[in-house]
Design a protein around this ligand. Structure first.
Ligand code: TPP
Ligand code: MG
Length: 731
């Protein structure tokens, strides 16, 4: 710990040298001091909570020995850390000061963990490589895997770590060492989360330098370990994973723990693969200050734990070994108490965040994808040129991916079936042509850029998004694919609570600008329920996530390039029906074509009414607009939003002010759909401009059925749009 002072040397009793797992006598004293600090900081927070000076408390009590040992075996600002809320002692050992920890508890502006945005004990420290942690149990694992993959990538391709101006790379200081370890921890209960297993699977398979630490205090709040874990012991369950080093230890003994971590870390640094350390610890306090463990644990059980308390036991050990005498212990504790008092006084007096500052860092404040920096003109080949042929949306997405991979060596692509051929010897021997995605959007990319840049993931969507999040945090640019929007839900925890939140919850210390490409939508004839859904409003409802939904080939190319070059997480929705449609084809626009976010396109100007839409409804609305003009002389202005978050309010307001009548149309179901927000805002801000109620055209409030008669009925058709236009024009 950087700021704590060591006790006077005189207090260190003299004795014969002994082997303590290679630790010096001074280091043994340091271990005690760090454990003591950790416990006393918890006690101080409990006091502050009772005084209502902080608003929540969760302790690391009982876990201290294991974590101080881990911290001593690892290197701050060199290795990477994905701890959880019990890991106060680890963070202290790595160099986070007691004052910094208490700043988070009071929610101070200067809190390096989160700037007052997260609960206490939600660790994050940029300088120390402690990556911003959250509350959902288990979300850290796959990110740790991605972090380790990024470290490996940079050490294999060191030139890619260089800073480059003009895109997100300008804002990423990439650091890597080649033998770094990624620490990730959790409690026994959290090992029941699926993402835990997904992470073990990938770390094992890829032989990644990840140190998994399970802190087994035998409870998940009130649920005992034998309820969550089959057989009651996680070590027994994981031991079949290849390439791992395993250790199951008494985590209340710092020397046993240190020895185990040294071995595990040596194994990892030597490049053998991941390690798994299962430490048995205790939980002497309730789960948190909101829990009363007496409701589910009898005194007898709690009493037994007291006997295993790491702090009292190690104190006795130091005295018994003649390392510190009672006065030495007393001096050390007094000094620590004084420092905690001082840190606590200063933290309580620290300034809270400025009102209004909550708005900061939802997105990058350095690089705005809606700015003119992301607006370029297409460089179409001359019409006589061979390359001037009209290309489909699928072609131009593939072309953009190809161009960007060439321009930016930090781009990696993975997902289900995105590789040309995982058994690359077939590809190299030209025995097979390669797949490159179920819709062939990534075709040829592995072949051209290699298997360490384009590869298949396991069939696990959280795995895809969690790993991408960890990679992007380190400075890579993962452009990953979710095969069908209908199967995005296993990744929902990562997509809602992690990827878009990394920047905001860390108060801009970390960011994770990954791109998630998703095949979406119906009108497929036979897509039936689970290859046909929309649901974009679920993600536009998530702050921090940019959501893009192009309707034509040229926009898809330009918007994808903006998505890749910008510094925010982007969900890029690709309509399957539009991939190869005749509508909206365009010649290749060159390798630098970009469309800024938040700029709608007027597909067709008009003066009687406005239709606001996007995606596959654009061609349907266009058809209806052409018909109503022809048959009824109604002039429709058709607006394609192109990006849904941010969206172009100015274009909407200008058009509605001109036409005074408006339809909001989309393919997703009507109720609580994307159009509800737009309609509400028009009603609120443009009420005086309206000559008719705001109308919506959307899918029925159901899922998309298989039988084409039903599918046609459920999804909005050109005829529905025509009818709505007719009614509105008549109103
Ligand atoms: C996904 C998720 N579900 C539920 C919770 C509520 N919760 C917080 S901690 C916890 C128990 C965790 O137990 P364990 O992993 O054993 O860690 P411990 O607290 O015992 O150290 C639960 C259920 C949560 N934070 N996240
Ligand atoms: Mg537990």
């Amino acid at each position: 710990m950087a700021t704590t002072k060591t006790p006077p040397k005189a207090a260190v009793a003299q004795a014969q040298p002994r082997e303590y797992e290679g630790l010096t006598r001074q280091q043994l004293i340091d271990i005690y001091r760090l454990m003591y600090f950790s416990r006393k900081l918890d006690d101080r927070e409990i006091l502050l909570k009772r005084q209502q000076k902080i608003f929540f408390q969760i302790s690391g009590a009982g876990h201290e020995a294991l974590l101080v040992a881990a911290g001593m075996a690892l290197r701050p600002s060199y290795d990477w850390f994905y701890p959880y809320y019990r890991d106060r002692a680890l963070c202290l050992t790595l160099g986070m000061t007691p004052y910094e920890q208490l700043l988070e508890a009071v929610g101070a502006a200067e809190d390096p963990n989160s700037g007052g945005r997260q609960m206490p004990s939600h660790w994050g420290h940029k300088k120390l490589n402690i990556v911003t942690q959250s509350s959902p149990t288990g979300t850290q694992f796959l990110q740790a895997v991605g972090c380790a993959e990024a470290g490996r990538y940079f050490s294999r391709h060191p030139e890619t770590a260089e800073k480059v101006n003009g895109d997100y790379r300008q804002f990423k200081d990439v650091m890597f060492h080649g033998d770094e370890v990624v620490f990730v921890s959790c409690g026994d209960g959290t090992t029941s989360e699926g993402e835990f297993w997904e992470a073990l699977n990938s770390a094992s398979n890829l032989k990644l330098p990840v140190l998994f630490v399970v802190e087994d205090n035998e409870y998940a709040i009130s649920v005992p370990v034998e309820v969550g874990t089959a057989g009651g012991n996680i070590s027994k369950l994981v031991k079949g994973f290849p390439n791992f080093h395993f250790a199951e230890i008494d985590g209340t003994d710092p020397l046993v723990s240190y020895a185990a971590f040294k071995k595990a870390v040596d194994y990892i640094r030597a490049g053998n693969g991941p390690a798994f350390v299962h430490g048995h610890v205790i939980r002497p306090y309730s789960h948190s200050l909101s829990d009363d463990e007496k409701l589910y644990r009898p005194d007898t059980e709690r009493q037994q734990e007291v006997e295993r308390d790491p702090i009292t036991r190690f104190q006795l050990f130091l005295v018994r070994e003649g390392i510190l005498d009672e006065k030495g212990i007393d001096d050390l504790e007094k000094e620590a108490d004084a420092e905690i008092q001082d840190a606590s006084d200063r933290a309580v007096a620290a300034a809270p965040p400025e009102p209004g500052s909550y708005k900061d860092f939802v997105y990058s404040s350095d690089l705005d994808p809606a700015s003119s920096a992301f607006q370029t003109e297409p460089q179409h080949p001359a019409p006589s040129d061979k390359g001037a042929a009209e290309k489909t949306m699928a072609d131009l997405i593939n072309a953009c991916l190809k161009d960007e991979m060439k321009r930016d060596p930090r781009i990696v692509m993975f997902g289900e079936d995105v590789a040309d051929c995982s058994r690359e010897e077939y590809l190299k021997a030209k025995q097979v042509k390669g797949k490159g995605g179920v819709f062939k959007l990534t075709a040829g990319l592995q072949y051209e850029y290699g298997s360490d840049r384009v590869f298949n993931s396991p069939l696990a969507e959280a795995n895809i998004v969690g790993r991408a999040t960890g990679m992007a945090t380190r400075g890579l640019k993962p452009v990953v694919e979710i095969q069908f929007f209908d199967y995005i839900w296993p990744a929902m925890q990562q997509l809602r609570n992690e990827l878009p939140l990394i920047r905001w919850r860390s108060n801009n210390a970390f960011s994770s600008p990954a791109v998630v490409r998703v095949a979406i939508g119906g009108y497929l004839t036979g897509g039936s329920i689970y290859h046909s859904q929309c649901g974009e409003s679920i993600f536009t409802h998530t702050p921090g996530m940019r959501v893009v939904f192009p309707s034509n080939a040229l926009d898809a190319n330009g918007l994808l390039r903006t998505a890749i070059r910008c510094d925010d997480p982007v969900m890029f929705l690709e309509h399957k029906r539009l991939y190869r449609e005749t509508f909206g084809r365009a010649p290749y626009p060159g390798p630098d074509y970009m469309v800024p976010f938040g700029k709608a396109k007027i597909v067709r100007p008009g003066h009687d009414l406005t239709v606001i839409t996007y995606g596959a409804v654009v061609p349907r609305a266009l058809q209806a607009a052409q018909r109503i003009e022809r048959e009824n002389s109604v002039s429709v202005e058709l607006i394609d939003l192109r990006t849904l978050s941010p969206y172009d309010w100015e274009a909407i307001a200008t058009s509605v002010t001109k036409t005074n009548r408006v339809i909001v149309a989309h393919e997703d179901m009507l109720s609580w759909g994307y159009g509800a927000e737009i309609a509400a805002r028009i009603a609120d801000e443009l009420f005086d401009e309206l000559d008719a109620p705001v109308k919506r055209v959307a899918a029925k409030d159901t899922f998309v059925a298989y039988q084409p008669i039903l599918e046609d009925e459920i999804l909005p058709q050109a005829e529905d749009l025509y009818q709505a236009m007719f009614q509105l024009a008549e109103y």
